[in-house]
Design a binder for this molecule. Structure first.
Ligand code: ADP
Length: 367
């Protein structure tokens, strides 16, 4: 059985005339020990999702189940979930030990046991012996670790993180995210995290959930979502910009006709009018006499690879990448061909029309 189940959960803000649907009939299941990251642009409903699971918000419709038990009417502190929010809200008047012990004191744990558990947790997050330190004297990364130790202390069955590393600089974030994944794996913690940073989500999660306007746009392992974004929205959100309208001919030797010319598509692609994504790795440079003629508009060194911006004779700019030694000069003319393994036929972003009955059911529930 899933540890957490959201079934048809809807949350609205504001009164009926000016109501805003922050979550729109969301279904989601999280298995025990799973690390799930909810990803999406600002305003897509990520925090609302966390708050409704925590019990800080009651849904207008639908149900939240933990271990199969309906949580409606169960207050935050009875749900057995740990919360770590963006600004990590440590108590500046308490020292590190006092902060980590907070949830344990609330539960009435005896003093010695509390001290032992606090020491254990500080070890775990890489701050052994930090009990007497003042919060104000800690770096941002250390504060983040203390907040994490505090959230883990009561052994929550579900740990929820809201932009856990949002305030930190990139280098530290990249290091911490790897540490966190290792830590959660060792402890067997079930995690529901939200972030707007896809790098963070992809590094942390077993499964990512991409949200758009209060609905789930795609869910899958990081690899699945990266390899096969479900829609142009997801592709663009992941930072892929080579997205173009196409008339697709399916079948064994399928192809897509676009403003960039004819592209090969993977076998089994659906035919018809679609959008097509070409990952930059699939934009191959050749002799200008072959393929699509482009001018190199910009090139950016990215470690061992070079990102290129190509202006074709027709159609929107193309992003490509190549090795350092193969990088053409800015202003050079190159030819482009497309590699089928980096072409993805995307589903339309048109939302399926809601069945009338379901829409009626929903509006009656929220009155
Ligand atoms: P995210 O976390 O993805 O940035 P939120 O869950 O915070 O998104 O917000 C989803 C939508 O709900 C947004 O349109 C936001 O403006 C709205 N919203 C969130 N909280 C409130 C609130 N307390 N009152 C009114 N509208 C809200």
């Amino acid at each position: 059985m899933a540890l957490l189940t959201l079934s048809d959960v809807t949350v609205r803000f504001g009164n009926r005339e000016a109501a805003r649907t922050a979550l729109d009939a969301v279904d989601l299941e999280i298995a025990e020990h799973e690390i799930v990251c909810v990803l999406g642009p600002s305003g897509s409903g990520k925090s609302t999702l966390l708050r409704v699971v925590a019990g800080l918000l009651e849904p207008a419709g639908g149900r939240v189940l933990l271990d199969g038990a309906d949580q409606s009417g169960t207050p935050v502190h009875r749900r057995g979930v740990g919360l770590m929010f963006q600004d990590h809200q440590l108590f500046p008047q308490h020292d590190v030990g006092g902060n980590v012990a907070f949830g344990l004191r609330m539960r009435g744990l005896p003093r010695e046991e509390r001290a032992r558990r606090v020491a254990e947790l500080l070890d775990l997050v890489g701050l052994p012996g930090a009990e007497p330190r003042a919060i104000a004297a800690l770096s941002g990364g250390e504060q983040q670790r203390v907040a994490l130790a505090r959230a883990l202390a009561p052994r929550p069955r579900l740990l929820m993180l809201d932009e856990p590393l949002g305030q930190l600089d990139r280098g530290l974030r990249e290091r911490l995210v790897v540490e966190l994944r290792g830590l959660f794996g060792r402890l067997g913690t079930t995690v529901l995290a939200v972030t707007h940073d896809q790098g963070e989500a992809f590094a942390l999660a077993d499964r990512v959930v991409v949200m758009r306007d209060g609905r789930i746009a795609q869910t899958g392992t990081p690899l699945e979502v990266w390899q096969r974004p479900a829609s142009a929205f997801v592709a663009r959100f992941l930072g892929f910009d080579n997205v173009v309208a196409a008339t697709v001919q399916g079948g064994a030797d399928g192809f897509a006709d676009t403003v960039w010319g004819r592209l090969p598509v993977p076998a089994g692609s659906a035919g018809g009018e679609h959008t097509v994504l070409v990952r930059p790795a699939g934009v191959r440079l050749t002799d200008p006499a072959e393929g699509l003629r482009c001018t190199v508009e910009a090139r950016t060194f990215r470690g061992s690879r070079v990102a290129l911006l190509l202006r074709p004779d027709s159609g929107p700019v193309l992003e490509a990448e190549c090795g350092l030694r193969d990088a053409p000069d800015e202003g050079a003319t190159v030819g482009v061909t497309f590699a089928v393994e980096d072409v993805v036929v995307l589903a339309g972003d048109g939302r399926p029309a809601r069945p009338v009955q379901a829409a009626a059911k929903q509006s009656s529930r929220t009155r």
